[in-house]
Write a protein that binds this ligand. Structure first.
Ligand code: GLN
Length: 287
């Protein structure tokens, strides 16, 4: 079958389920992945013949897209902050909002290394996207990242290698054993960053099936229905492990900007800055 017809078939198979532009975008993502071709070449070479075996791969991927499985899981990778990251269902697919968080930190003039390397800790690292992007884009840093999931950490390690950066990964449950002395003994951080789970059970019905049915709930939802649970634990941790003049950066639930300001205030933090994402929603906070 020629590429042009494959494209038409792909779009036809999905157009009742997704907007047309998205179907087209899916086709290009799949073609890039399955045929190892550049996007422009795909667009310009409609008469290239696709082998039966490769056609089968398209069919298989299309069947998975029909169930609303995210294309990033089907392909097994995604782009984040100009870097490639492997992803699987054990980790959240990195979001554009989180790219904004990384951008916020990189552009922040307070985040400048002195003679000593800047010590950064990412809590709940998942795919490793935040810690790896920071390690890649900031000079002279010492980056640590923790997660409760061993499977996530394995993937994050792969991603650090793939992107050729040094990050120290540790298995830590911030809700329970953050005081494990030996892990953090003698350590102190200039920057602690986190995009913890912050979606409430009550917000479930607003979520799309591609998120709800495929992404790890452990990375999305807060237990006890206390949406600030993780922030409270991280703040408690930072009372001990954040350096004097150290900075906290969080991604937050858009409905909890004011509550986060209050929580940080009450915990003795100053210079609090709440920042909107590209959609105009309270999404990042610095203190
Ligand atoms: N913003 C993400 C979503 O709505 C949630 C990210 C998170 O819980 N940290 O899918």
């Amino acid at each position: 079958m020629i590429l042009k017809i494959l494209k038409r078939n792909c779009i036809e198979a999905l157009v009742d389920l997704y907007p047309k532009e998205e179907c087209e975008a899916f086709f290009y993502r799949l073609a890039e992945h399955i045929l190892s071709m550049q996007r422009t070449d795909i667009a310009l070479n409609g008469y290239v013949v696709v082998s039966g075996k490769k056609q089968e791969k398209f069919t298989e991927a299309i069947e998975r897209l029909k169930t609303f499985e995210p294309i990033q899981y089907i392909i097994g990778s995604t782009a984040f902050f100009g870097l490639e990251f492997k992803v699987n269902t054990k980790v959240l697919i990195p979001r554009p909002e989180t790219e904004e968080l990384v951008d916020f930190i990189i552009k922040d003039s307070s985040v400048r290394a002195t003679e000593n390397p800047l010590r950064i800790l990412d809590i709940g690292t998942g795919s490793g996207c935040i810690s790896i992007a920071l390690a890649k884009h900031l000079s002279k840093v010492n980056v640590f990242a923790v997660d409760v999931s061993e499977e996530a950490l394995n993937l994050a390690k792969t991603n650090a290698t793939l992107n050729d950066v040094d990050v120290r990964f540790l298995n830590v449950d911030i809700l329970n054993d953050f005081t494990r002395e030996d892990d953090f003994n003698e350590l102190e951080f200039d920057v602690i960053v986190s995009n913890p789970p912050y979606v409430r059970e009550s917000e479930k019905e607003l979520m799309q099936p591609n998120v709800l049915n495929y992404e790890p709930h452990i990375a999305l939802f807060v237990e006890n229905n206390d949406p600030l649970l993780f922030y409270k634990a991280i703040i408690a941790f930072s009372q001990r492990f954040l350096a004097v003049k150290g900075i906290l950066y969080f991604e937050i639930n858009e409905t909890l900007g004011k509550d986060m300001v209050k929580l940080l205030n009450d915990s003795g933090f100053g210079d609090i800055e709440l920042k909107l994402d590209i959609f105009g929603k309270d999404r990042m906070i610095k203190a």
